[in-house]
Design a protein around this ligand. Structure first.
Ligand SMILES: Cc1cc2nc3c(=O)[nH]c(=O)nc-3n(C[C@H](O)[C@H](O)[C@H](O)COP(=O)(O)OP(=O)(O)OC[C@H]3O[C@@H](n4cnc5c(N)ncnc54)[C@H](O)[C@@H]3O)c2cc1C
Length: 439
């Protein structure tokens, strides 16, 4: 059933370079029977597999490439609130205050789960940052941040701090584009590759099986089980977890067709900056940061003094578009951190996040596919959300939880995008519109 591991498909990320080795699990060769098969070895799939394996369930994870090949090994490492493109006011309007509160509490629990895992597993994932700061990119945005802080306190009991421009500069958040800030007292930063590799190691240690280079090309009914087809074999399982997120194939299973929108996000990491360079820019803070643009930039000073700078990607993945994406991100970086305009970018990569039509994640049973569950759609903030949601999904499968025990915003199965073939065009239109609004 097994053969020697195939070579690793790398993307040239700083995270890959920061770990001694990324393990290539063996490919599935032949046929295998498991209670549960998970499609996708990222935070969501592995978190579900870990919980199930620890409960004594026979579980395998089928992964197209290797652990962390998807967004979980490519992200900015902000373990923070989020998971939806709806803001808190929209959540309240749609679901009511109590459900919105439950959803925010769930996000906080996700952050705490990741922190707890790293601490109890003794994993040094290069963590830093106490909370996250949102930086007003226009003077007028500071008053919006102040109003938002008051709203967060009143509605959610969140005590967000406000900093004016002088306070930002004195606390090491210097930049011509930053006119004030809101400090959110939740979250921390980590090296996502170290976290996802540790998570996979725990799955293996608990008895879960991970197959690399085993892309699932079809999911079909086979008696009382589901059958997952891969290149050199198949797995039959009573229960299936869809955890492919922005890398999910639309035909495995067919239910996924037209229901997700993969969107690119890109990251650049500079060479290490000297003390003189840091003070020339006035940026010395280790707090993770993002600006207030709708098409936001996210950035942080890494523990080794490199600077990580992330922003949205383009629409298409051909060489010309990717090069344009890289150049645009680099131009934004130079404009926001002019003192570092000559500092080389040593690593540059991108990955897929997953959007849904209602701009919310889905965690639960897939309609009309008994035994099939999904945990996907984190809208670019999945370090904490995918981790806790994978674990909760395992709780549903084990019978420890009911779908209605989850916050309401997570419960609705993804709807199809209208005229799904035009999804990328909608995205292009949204980028133009939001780019205009961000000015
Ligand atoms: C550049 C970038 C920066 C980001 N920054 C942040 C951040 O700072 N903070 C934050 O919270 N979130 C961030 N995110 C989002 C976050 O990384 C994701 O939401 C999260 O990692 C998703 O985890 P997941 O397990 O759901 O999916 P993924 O990690 O994407 O894993 C899905 C896996 O499924 C596999 N797969 C898919 N289909 C199949 C199939 N048919 N057969 C077999 N395998 C399959 C893929 O190969 C992949 O490995 C970022 C994402 C990107 C791309």
């Amino acid at each position: 059933m097994l053969q020697k591991p195939e070579p690793l498909r790398t993307i040239g990320s700083y995270w890959e370079a920061s770990v001694p080795v990324v393990k290539q699990d063996r490919q599935l060769i032949g046929n295998a029977l498991f209670d549960v098969a998970v499609i996708g070895a990222g935070f969501a799939g592995l978190s579900a597999a870990l919980k199930l394996a620890q409960a004594g369930v026979s579980v395998c994870v089928l992964e197209s490439e290797h652990v962390g090949y998807g967004a979980s090994g490519r992200n900015g490492g902000f373990c923070c609130l989020g998971g939806t493109k709806l803001d808190e006011r929209q959540l309240i309007r749609k679901f009511g205050l109590e459900e919105a509160r439950r959803f925010v509490a769930y996000q906080v629990a996700g952050i705490n789960l990741v922190r707890h895992r790293l601490e109890t597993w003794g994993v040094d994932a290069d963590c830093h940052s106490n909370g996250e700061i949102y930086l007003a990119h226009r003077p007028k945005d500071l008053s919006d941040l102040k109003a938002h802080a008051a709203f967060l306190k009143e509605s959610f009991g969140i005590r967000a701090g406000i900093l004016n421009k002088d306070e930002l500069e004195s606390q090491g958040y210097g930049g011509p584009d930053f006119h004030g800030g809101l400090h959110m007292p939740y979250g921390f930063a980590l090296n996502p590759m170290k976290y996802v590799l540790a998570l996979a190691a725990k799955v293996r240690a608990a008895g879960g099986k991970i197959f690399g280079k085993s892309a699932v090309s079809a999911v079909s009914r086979d008696g009382d089980r589901w059958r997952m087809e891969t290149e050199h074999g198949f797995v039959r399982a009573k229960t299936v977890i869809l955890a492919g997120n922005g890398y999910a194939r639309e035909d495995a299973p067919k239910w996924l067709h037209g229901r997700t929108l993969p969107v690119m996000s890109s990251v650049q990491v500079t060479r290490p900056l000297s003390d003189a360079e840091l003070s020339a820019q006035g940026w010395t803070s280790e707090t993770m940061a993002a600006d207030t643009r709708i098409l936001l930039h996210y950035f942080r000073l890494l523990p080794d003094r490199r600077f990580l700078f992330g922003t949205r990607g383009g629409i298409f993945e051909n060489a010309a578009s990717l090069s344009a994406m890289h150049n645009r991100a680099r131009a934004d970086f130079k404009a926001m951190f002019p003192a570092w305009a000559g500092v080389e970018t040593e690593y540059s990569w991108y990955g897929h996040v997953c959007l849904s039509r209602n701009l919310l994640p889905f965690v639960g049973p897939v309609p009309k596919m008994e035994g099939v569950y999904a945990a996907m759609g984190w809208h670019g903030s999945g370090v904490a959300m995918a981790s806790i949601s994978g674990e909760k999904l395992a709780g549903l499968i084990l019978g420890n939880l009911r779908p209605e025990d989850l916050p309401l915003p997570l419960q609705k199965p993804f709807a199809r995008f209208p005229v799904a073939a035009f999804r990328k065009l909608y995205l292009q239109g949204a980028y133009w519109y939001y780019g205009y609004k961000d000015r």
